[in-house]
Design a protein around this ligand. Sequence first.
Ligand code: B12
Length: 212
Amino acid sequence: MEPKLNELSEAIKAGRRKEAKLATEELLAAGVAPEEVMSALSAGMDDVGRRFKANEIFVPEVLVAARAMQTSMNLLEPVLLSVGSEPEHTVVIGTVEGDLHDIGKNLVAMMVKAANFKVVDLGTNVSPDAFIAALREHRAAVIGLSALLTTTMPAMRRTVELIRESGVAVKVMVGGAPITQQFAQEIGADGYAPDAASAVDEAKRLIARTAA
Ligand code: B12
């Protein structure tokens, strides 16, 4: 199935939605693990990121690639979720105020859901108040904050501060391309993960720590 996986990566890079959909359907029908399909999607999107950074492509190309990726992710989600029993813990997730990037956050949400957590996804450009209201409403064990812009890193810091001030007991996990372990520590977050797979491990680690 290697060629089909490559075909999927290529379809994402070129933003060919129908092709991406078809390749995803074929891979899933052939019994390829959804995690493997997801890696092919990420590889395609990584390349898009690199070329955007190098000014080889521009916003419209990035958007069509993102849309193709979302189409595939919609097909993957039910497969990832078909295992698993009643979720025990809730994770609230969202992109911080001022930031509209959601591809990485969506990947994290999907992987966390697949690991049998209930996920409340607040979307992008989420104010600290909206995060805090959702934490109260859903009694979340963990909150995941995403930021992709250096200019929205202060909003992440502020969100963590306000969560702490609100007195809500929750473990805060942060991530996004400009975020580092050091920044996470600096702003008083409980955890950091560099990618969607390690975000799942990190959420589990934080919950185990709460229980201990
Ligand atoms: C796609 C994209 C866009 C799309 C977003 C579409 C969407 N629906 O998300 C569009 C075109 C809209 C966009 C707009 C802008 N963008 Co943009 N964008 C990107 C791009 C190319 C890819 C980001 C991406 O999706 N990567 C793929 C995903 C899978 O990776 P990821 O997000 O890093 O997520 C992974 C990890 O970080 C982690 N993770 C992510 N979130 C979380 C959360 C938690 C809790 C955890 C644990 C982990 C975690 O796990 C994820 C999965 O493995 C990056 C370049 C890059 N290489 O990063 C620029 C980039 C982020 N954008 C950039 C800029 C400047 C902008 C704009 C200001 C451009 C403009 N002039 O208009 C606007 C800002 C809009 C706004 N207010 O937010 C800059 C930021 C520079 C900086 N230092 O701040 C970048 C780095 C490009 C560059 N110039 O180098 N962008």
